[in-house]
Write a protein that binds this ligand. Structure first.
Ligand code: FMN
Ligand code: SF4
Ligand code: SF4
Length: 437
């Protein structure tokens, strides 16, 4: 059986599934039940500095996007960091860590961007026996207006400075949580590394407005007729998170920096994809908020079954395996040629592939053949874009098939070249032409 034990920057947990800092981890009552359900670790809901806690709105704090089957695809929130007293949180964390010594317990922290504030809170956290700290540089609303959260995460120099303070004032491993509300994720990651961070975690939530009430003209969630931007998460953000994780994993300056992958992890497969793109473990929030703590059991059994089936013995066998295959566009093989094929037995003749290809692609799918409704790919027109695969409602009804080398591409009239060739040397590339002249 596959070994799912996780060692992330020296923090050990029985599996790579941690709950992200958020409502599921905001009190001992939740975290105890999460551990009973099987979660390998938790990042406690972000702690603020000593003093009166923050105040949340007293009305709706969530907005959402759903699929046609009402399955939740994206969640937006305007919640702040913990609104519970610092010492209550610290007391509960210490007790939970004592009760569950084999699970990872990480303290998420957000205090003002001043050395004294960080210096003051770190020993208090260390005293709980927490396994590490996560620096919340990501909260996109409420806290950023106060110079914290994303306001720090968007300035690489501040990140480096705060990480340096944390490394100076605590022995605990430091995980720097990054905001995706930035153009180039490599810059804050490099800054965190320069400051001496042990790892980065990403992504925090994305600035968003999920909807507008067209009767009141108020963005939702609406508080007395007004709305504010919130933070977007859930399955919809996974592609953005995967790309950002991959960018850091393949950047020569941050290569090898441990990454905790966050953003839309809902199934074991999502987790495996994050691991393959370089994450050492994953964190989950929306899936637990939607389906409850027990969802981790399917994640554990699914990952374990898949690893057994593929002969992967442990997480190291998977971590980073897809990173060498992430490439800039210019290095993709232009001699690779694929065509769509429709399985006539599976086709329900809905016509969506025809409409999509006819109106927005390459007019390569028939609608009628000999007067009979029939959907078939015309190889001499198909450019292999796979739009039809993505709009077809029947899974695997349309597949993409590679043309073997040496065969004829009916669209171009050329024989398929077996050699790899990319844009950097293509005759149409002005740069390549200049280099040749
Ligand atoms: C209601 C809510 C509150 C959150 N609060 C925090 C927080 O206090 N600190 C933090 O670092 N991230 C917070 N997050 C962000 C999550 O930890 C996580 O980064 C994000 O939701 C993406 O993961 P997901 O797609 O699995 O939800 C919060 C998310 C939600 C939905
Ligand atoms: S792959 Fe693209 S071009 Fe080919 S049939 Fe499908 S939609 Fe049309
Ligand atoms: S979209 Fe799929 S099911 Fe519908 S006609 Fe095309 S191939 Fe058939």
């Amino acid at each position: 059986m596959a070994d799912l034990r996780n060692n992330f920057v020296g923090i050990k947990s029985p599996n790579p599934f941690w709950l992200a800092s958020a409502p599921p981890t905001d009190k001992a009552y939740n975290v105890e039940r999460a551990f009973k359900a099987g979660w390998g670790g938790v990042v406690w809901k972000t702690l603020g500095e000593e003093g009166p806690p923050v105040v949340n709105v007293n009305g709706p704090r969530y907005g959402a996007i759903w699929g046609a089957d009402r399955r939740l695809l994206g969640l937006n929130n305007i919640e702040l960091i913990t609104d519970r007293d610092l010492y209550t949180n610290l007391r509960e964390m210490k007790q939970v860590k004592m009760n569950w010594p084999d699970r990872a317990l990480i303290a998420s922290i957000m205090v003002p961007c001043e050395e004294e504030s960080w210096k003051a809170i770190l020993p208090l956290v260390e005293e709980t026996g927490a396994d590490g700290i996560e620096l919340n540089f990501g909260c996109p609303h409420g806290m950023s207006e106060r110079g914290m959260g994303a306001a720090v995460g968007q300035v690489p120099e501040y990140i480096e400075m705060v990480v340096r303070w944390c490394k100076q004032y605590t022995r605990m491993p430091v995980i720097t949580k990054l905001t995706p509300n930035i153009t180039d994720i490599r810059r804050p990651a490099r800054a965190a590394k320069a400051g001496g961070t042990d790892a980065v975690s990403l992504i925090n939530t994305i600035n968003s407005i999920t909807s507008v009430n067209l009767d009141t003209f108020s963005p939702e969630p609406s508080i007395d007729g007004r709305g504010s931007h919130g933070g977007y998460c859930g399955p919809a953000v996974k592609p953005i998170a995967l790309n950002m994780v991959a960018e850091i994993a393949r950047d020569p300056e941050t290569q090898g920096l441990p990454i905790s992958g966050i953003g839309g992890v809902t199934t074991w497969r999502d987790a495996a994809e994050f691991l393959a793109l370089g994450a050492g473990n994953v964190q989950v929030c929306t899936a637990a908020m939607t389906y409850g703590f027990k969802i981790v059991q399917e994640m554990i059994s699914g990952l374990s079954d898949w690893m057994d089936a593929k002969g992967h013995r442990n997480l190291d066998d998977i971590t980073g395996r897809a990173v060498p295959n992430v490439s800039d566009w210019q290095y993709l093989n232009l001699n690779y040629i694929a065509k769509a094929r429709i399985d006539q037995d599976a086709c329900i003749k809905c016509g969506r592939c025809h409409i999509a290809c006819e109106d927005t692609s390459h007019q390569a799918i028939t609608q009628f053949v000999n007067g009979v409704r029939h959907f078939e790919v015309m190889e001499d027109e198909c450019v292999g874009c796979n739009l039809c695969v993505n709009v077809c409602p029947v899974e695997n009804c349309i597949t993409m098939e590679q043309l073997p080398s040496g065969s004829l591409d009916e669209r171009t009239g050329k024989t398929v070249d077996p050699n790899y060739a990319n844009w950097t040397t293509h005759p149409n590339n002005p740069m390549a032409r200049q280099a040749a002249e």
